[in-house]
Design a protein around this ligand. Structure first.
Ligand code: SAH
Length: 225
């Protein structure tokens, strides 16, 4: 999978892709991430990419021309499955959406800033708008990192234990059961006996039951899905 991210703050995106699972996916050649500085696509001599909103009001708006040029350039190089704009009023990112998008070959993620982007970009270039939650961020970079991470970890071969990503919360409509590691006892707090029993069948049943209980208690909105 190839992800092209368009941003005016490329530095914000250095950290999330340089450690752990995403880093490994990139070094194995299973994912490619290219971060593009939007300012490289403006013909303005001061590299300006934002302007005052028509009709006034507080806050700047990202201009149409540099964004259009950046997307046109990328589209002239290859075909994209989706051109995504990160937006608080977009579709809420969830696991089924991540599963579907993890099968894509090429995507663009456009990060907004200030008051957002000129609406005409959304109308004429953007094919999907994604929100990572019902709150407002300062820019789309953190959302782009979250979206990319959620997709990349699902690409076959990225996570060592193939079943691991599938046993995560939400994959079967349930949240994960609790997990424990050594020591068996700490400050008198014990690991449930069943997990130490060595009986795989009973352990699997216990885990499933815990998932059901937790989903009911914590995420009733996911129950019976
Ligand atoms: N005025 C806009 C918010 C702009 S916030 C509004 O009220 O909808 C600046 C940028 O941050 C947005 O253009 C968007 O790209 C990004 N952003 C903010 N919150 C986000 C969220 N919850 N999910 C995804 N992107 C978000």
């Amino acid at each position: 999978m190839r992800i092209d991210i368009i941003t005016i703050f490329p530095e914000i995106l250095q950290g999330p892709f340089s450690e752990s699972i995403v880093k490994r996916a990139i070094s194995k050649g299973l994912a490619e991430i290219y971060i593009h500085q939007l300012r490289d696509f403006t013909s303005d001599k001061h590299k300006k990419v934002d302007d005052y909103a028509f009709s006034g009001g507080a806050g700047m708006v990202m201009m149409i021309e540099p964004i259009a040029k950046a997307i046109d350039f990328l589209k002239s190089e290859r075909e994209y499955d989706e051109i995504i704009y990160t937006s608080p009023d977009g579709d809420l990112l969830d696991q089924p959406m991540a599963n579907k998008m993890s099968m894509y070959k090429n995507i663009i993620i456009l990060c907004g800033h200030y008051k957002g982007i000129d609406e005409r970009i959304r109308e004429h270039y953007i094919t999907k708008e994604i929100s990572i939650g019902n709150y407002v961020l300062s820019g789309g970079e953190l959302a782009a990192a979250v979206i990319s991470d959620s997709l990349i970890r699902l690409i076959p071969g990225v996570i060592g234990d193939e079943t691991s990503a599938l046993s995560d919360s939400f994959q079967n409509g349930l949240v994960s059961p609790p997990v424990y590691t050594r020591p068996r006892e700490f400050k008198g707090w014990k690991v449930p006996d069943i997990l130490l029993s060595g009986n795989d069948k009973l352990i699997d049943e216990w885990k499933f039951e815990q998932s059901l209980i937790r989903t009911k208690q914590r995420r009733p909105d996911f129950d019976n899905k």
